[in-house]
Write a protein that binds this ligand. Structure first.
Ligand SMILES: O=C(CO)COP(=O)(O)O
Length: 249
């Protein structure tokens, strides 16, 4: 069964209550573009309020702890996120790996903790600029993915986000995106068999309204994980519209 294109906004450490008006506008626009599955992952402080604010789009978290509960000051567990109204959680974002030293083992444990309470998971992988320059990006990222994958493919998506493309306005060529996504598909099928065919592989890194159509039309690209451009309806809706138009074409 063909799945809907999945377009997800990662608000990172942006978003106050006043910004919920943008989410409302995105929610309204998404009602007109039903062929695309849309979601926003706001900061944890806004998850519950966003859940009550929107009706069409999914609501997610940007991280969870690997344990269900315990003495972990400042952390939030997957069951807590679920209770707050999250549908899914992003794990393994390169900013968390860099800022908090998260390892592949942590990422895998977080994904499994999320699946245990039936949260969807968007598992992020991606290479640094040096790794890209070394000519081994595909091998490196495929290995990273293999090391992070949870035991089950339940409600799993993967996001390929080259670190050097995040927030820089630089994007890989469509050929490079296509080659990488093919490698990632092979890893998923190797691990999960036929189930691995159904897992959506999103592209992330400087996706904007004017490059979304090109990136989303690459084979094996099942959606986009969008940072900066997802913070406003003006930035995000054109990406959703591009995804919708592709589906029609
Ligand atoms: O990191 C990203 C999404 O998770 C991408 O961020 P930008 O879209 O701002 O480059």
């Amino acid at each position: 069964m063909a799945q809907r294109c999945y377009v997800v906004g990662n608000w990172k450490m942006h978003g106050m209550r006043a910004d919920l008006s943008e989410a409302r506008a995105i929610d309204r626009a998404s009602l007109r573009l039903p062929k695309v599955e849309v979601a926003i992952a706001p900061p944890a402080t806004l998850i519950a309020t966003l859940r009550e604010t929107v009706t069409q789009i999914g609501v997610g978290a940007q991280n969870c702890h690997r344990s269900e509960k315990g003495a972990h000051t400042g952390d939030i567990s997957a069951p807590m996120l679920r209770e707050a109204g999250a549908d899914f959680v992003i794990v393994g974002h390169s900013e968390r790996r860099a800022d908090h030293g998260e390892t592949n083992d942590d990422v895998k444990a977080k994904a499994e903790a999320a699946q245990a309470v039936d949260l969807g998971v968007i598992l992020c992988v991606g290479e640094s600029e040096e790794q890209r320059d070394s000519g081994e990006a595909e091998e490196i990222v495929a290995r990273q993915l293999a090391d992070c994958l949870p035991a089950s493919a339940q409600r799993l998506s993967v996001a390929y986000e080259p670190i050097w493309a995040i927030g820089t306005g630089r994007v890989p060529s469509v050929q490079d995106v296509g080659t990488m996504h093919k490698w990632l598909r092979a890893v998923l099928m190797d691990r999960y068999g036929d189930e691995g065919k159904e897992i959506r592989i999103l592209y992330g890194g400087s996706v904007k309204g004017d490059n979304a159509a090109e990136l989303l039309s690459v084979p094996e690209v099942g959606g986009a994980l969008v940072g900066g451009a997802s913070l406003t309806a003006d930035g995000f809706v054109p990406i959703i519209a591009a995804a919708s138009a592709l589906d029609e074409g």
